[in-house]
Design a binder for this molecule. Sequence first.
Ligand code: AMP
Ligand code: MG
Length: 398
Amino acid sequence: MISVEEALSIIAESVVPGQEERIPLEEALGRVLARDVASDADWPPFETSAMDGYAVRMADVSRPGAPLLERTEPVAAGDAPPGPLRPGEVVRVMTGAPLPDATEAVIPVERARRQEGRVIFEIAPAPGAHIRRQGESIRQGSRLICAGRRVRPGDIALAALAGAATLSVFLRPRVAIAATGNELVPAGEKPRPGQIRDSNGPMLVSLCRAGGWAAAQRRAVADETAGIAALFDSAGKDEDVLVTSGGVSAGDFDLLPEIARRQGFEILFHGVSVRPGKPIAFARRGGTFWFGLPGNPVSTSVCFHLFVRFALGRLEGDPGPGAPRVVARLARDLPSSGTRETYRDGILTNAGGVESVEPLTSAGSHDIAAHARANALIRVPANSGPRPAGSTVECLLL
Ligand code: AMP
Ligand code: MG
């Protein structure tokens, strides 16, 4: 059986970003850039004042207290560049105003006083004080945002500054969700003896939506060949990824991998040395991918966070690792793990900047009540010994 790491590298090899589209800047938040964004201008675009104050020449202000002549027209942000500063003259300038040529410093208005048409300064400024130089932050033509980056609000500001009213981003993958199992009834129905309500279907839809991916929920499918074959047959019509739950382990009614194969899917892996989630299957037919997640709800969720998130991210051009990871200190002892890499429910808290994680007691991979309380999964490598409280562990953020 392959390891988690091997499974992730199989996903990384088979899943490449899809097509790109150009969208208005205002809609780009959270999307992944398909092309670099370069600036069409310097920033600041001209020499400008960082303060409300006076533009001065150094030679005129070496001695504080001397009365200087003030130009009658002040300069505000948005004004055209004013004429050059003459010797002995000062110009009132506002924050963001273009500075007159020959300005060597700006003295804040708080350090100046007007007296009989003249201006007197309390201080001698340092050369260059409160002047924002053209291009000191961004040079025209330089790369501002790199392809592969998930757009954040600061990137939106940069793109707007750079004159990019539209951005090239990768298409978001479309996902279809289908629960499988004879025992399942929808949440709105009362199960008969032996039946249970389908909790995986709605959970998988919301896991997708939490990542920003559109997901459509299909009707649950029974454990019989015709219905499952029809599901695989139609896969790919309206989605890039089909995610199912149930029917992938070793029971008599775990029919999905075999039927997927018969319907033309190439099984890229089936079975990963992980707990929970061992029977997970991953397959491809052309540009359509199938994740067969085990039906136990905690397994379904863990496999989604470990594998599906990674794949959906890559499909939309995000080279990142999927679920974010942090290092945290154990708040309680952790028993030794088995031979499989194990993911345990935990509650991660941050006290004074230190991440601490408390392992939750779980009755097993059906214990969705414990899992629903968790905000992190503690990663325990295969064959690791017991860990005392205070030692550090790697956690995945849910
Ligand atoms: P399976 O992977 O089909 O062998 O299912 C493993 C366990 O998960 C069984 O106890 C199922 O009843 C349960 N299960 C399967 N599908 C779901 C579902 N959609 N919602 C909740 N539990 C499920
Ligand atoms: Mg089943």
